[in-house]
Each structure stands twice: as structure tokens, then as C-alpha cells.
Design a protein around this ligand. Structure first.
Ligand SMILES: [Zn+2]
Length: 326
């Protein structure tokens, strides 16, 4: 059975794995994403690939990375979560560095391929995935293939504004989806609310946030607050779920997704998030769409991205061979 290396580059970590074409992960490496420029990031990837290739013989590398990445593997624009990550030919530079062909696409698109092939979206078409992590990304898979758009904009919903008068986003604009339901957005929003008059929001989370200062609290802490019905946690959670419902509605209406998978680290709190998204979603979509839409939690967890990147890379070779034979 064929194997490939799949890599998932996120704002928080770089993961690489040797993946079999049936989706089995044989070995996975993880390291924190370097914060000091793209060359250092590429070098970390090279190290991981070399280390995996020392044990397994692979012939292609698949990479899912943040940002708008075209079908040729060129990154258009900049990804805000990785310093220095912008405007370059990732596929060409990485191929030269690891001395192997590289298939490069957006990270959420690769996770969507993983979940549609082996996880929560199996048997459905099209499948959309929203990656709820440090930022918000989305990927769409149509007939088994990831959709990119001519310059990689397909699924770039994180900085679509749902409220032009809403809270300020890191990108400098107001009311972006990411400003409410990414881990970063939720933590910032929780701090913002904690600093205001206590109102009805005082409780253990507010006191902890005021003590912690600007950092030191993670999204998981907010969901622990939700479990305890902490007022501030509940408000952040409700706003986040509403923004997430907007994201789901967009994908359903635009690509006719049968299944929308919610993945990413924040979905560890799926038991709270899934029911909270349903209510606003029902209000956003016409009933005939709402009834046909399934919102599911991802099944592959942190491995969705590496699995998707590896099998999409293997597919690209198969397609190239198929095309050459014709
Ligand atoms: Zn934004």
C-alpha cells in the first residue's frame, strides 16, 4: 500500500505524519510553530520530513498550510497567525528543500479531505469543514477533491464580517467571524467583557481573567466556565456559537454542503458547541435548507489535517498518471 507524508502547519504547531493511503497514521511528529519567520518554519518542516523519511520510503509530501493557496501551491496574501508567512511559492520552495514533489493547499481544505474520506463526512458530497482553532478556516471538498478557487480564496470565511459595527478584529476590520469564535477571538472577548462593569457577569471566570492579565487563559477555561454556567463564559460562548452558525449557513448556501464538519482544537468542547450552534442556525437558514443540513463534530481530531494532506498528495500523483496515460 502506498504511503505519503502529510503535514499540517497551524498557528500553534507543525505536525507531520507518515500516512497510508487507507488513512492509517503510522507515525506522527509534532513541534511548536516557530514564531521567527517563514524560513525557520520551512526548516522545521524539513527536519520532520527527513526524520520520517529515515524510517519510511515515501515519494510525495502533502502540506496543508494557512492562507489562500492556489492550485499550484502559491500562497497569495499573508496568514496573520504565522509571522512572515506570505506571498511565496510554497510548493516550489518546499520541494527544493525536502527534495521531493510537494502538494500544497490550504490547511482547512486538507482537513476537509481527511474528514470527507475517512471521518465525519464519509459518504457525503459536498462536504465542508470549519476548523475552529487559533483562527477560523474552512475547506470544501467536492467529489473527493478540495476546492481552491483561482487564487485559493475558497473557504476563506474567517475574516468575513458579520457585523460591520462589531468588535475589532486582529486584521483591523470589525465584526469578523474569527473575532468571535476562534480561540483567540473568544479569549480576547472574555478579557474585554471582564474589564467592563461587572454587571451580571461577575463570577469565577471574570475574577480569574482580571488576575491573569492579557494572557494566561485558554479557550478550554471558557468552556469549563460554560459547564459551571458562569455568566461571562456563557455570553462569550453564545456569541461564538452565533458567529459559527453564520459560517455554517454560508457554506451550506454557497456550496450545498450536505455535511458541515466542525473540527479544530476548540471542538474538544463539542458537547457545548454543537447544540448551541443549532438554534441560531435554524434562524439563519430557510427551513428546507436547515432540515437537510447536518452539523457534525470531526472524528479524526488532530490527525484530520495530516491524513487529508497525505491522501490528497497521493491522489494528485494518481491523477497525473491517469492524465498521462490518456
Ligand atoms: Zn478580521
Amino acid at each position: 500500500m502506498r504511503v505519503a507524508i502529510g503535514i499540517d502547519l497551524g498557528g500553534g504547531s507543525v505536525r507531520s505524519a507518515v500516512v497510508r493511503e487507507d488513512g492509517e497514521v503510522l507515525r506522527m511528529l509534532t513541534a511548536p510553530t516557530p514564531r521567527n519567520g517563514r524560513d525557520v518554519v520551512l526548516n522545521e518542516i524539513r527536519k520532520q520530513v527527513q526524520s520520517l523519511n529515515a524510517e519510511w520510503e515515501t515519494s510525495i509530501v502533502g502540506l496543508g498550510a494557512p492562507g489562500m493557496i492556489s492550485n499550484s501551491g502559491f500562497l497569495h496574501g499573508h496568514a496573520v497567525n504565522i509571522p512572515g508567512w506570505g506571498e511565496f511559492d510554497i510548493a516550489a520552495e518546499l520541494s527544493a528543500l525536502v527534495q521531493s514533489p510537494c502538494f500544497v493547499r490550504n490547511d482547512a481544505a486538507m482537513a476537509a479531505v481527511g474528514e470527507s474520506r475517512f471521518g465525519a463526512g464519509r459518504g457525503s458530497d459536498p462536504v465542508a469543514l470549519i476548523a475552529v482553532g487559533t483562527g477560523i478556516g474552512a475547506g470544501v471538498v467536492v467529489r473527493g477533491k478540495p476546492l481552491s478557487g483561482s487564487y485559493g480564496a475558497a473557504g476563506e470565511i474567517g475574516h468575513v464580517s458579520i457585523d460591520p459595527h462589531g468588535r475589532l478584529c486582529r486584521c483591523g476590520r470589525h465584526g469578523c467571524i474569527e473575532a468571535y469564535c476562534s480561540a483567540t477571538g473568544m479569549i480576547e472577548r472574555a478579557h474585554e467583557l471582564a474589564r467592563r462593569d461587572a454587571g451580571g457577569l461577575d463570577g469565577p471566570l471574570r475574577r480569574e481573567l482580571l488576575q491573569a492579565g492579557e494572557s494566561g487563559v485558554e479557550a478550554e477555561r471558557i468552556y469549563r466556565g460554560v459547564a459551571e454556567a458562569d455568566a461571562l463564559a456563557m455570553l462569550v460562548h453564545q456569541e461564538a456559537s452565533k458567529a459559527l452558525a453564520h459560517a455554517v449557513a454560508m457554506l451550506v448556501a454557497c456550496v450545498g454542503a450536505e455535511v458541515v464538519v466542525l473540527g479544530g482544537g476548540v471542538m474538544n468542547a463539542a458537547e457545548f458547541i454543537l447544540p448551541a450552534v443549532e438554534q441560531p442556525l435554524r434562524a439563519l437558514l430557510p427551513p428546507e435548507l436547515y432540515q437537510r443540513t447536518q452539523v457534525r463534530s470531526g472524528q479524526l481530531g488532530a490527525q484530520a489535517g495530516v491524513i487529508g494532506a497525505a491522501v490528497a498528495a497521493l491522489d494528485s500523483v494518481a491523477h497525473a498518471v491517469g492524465a498521462a496515460e490518456k
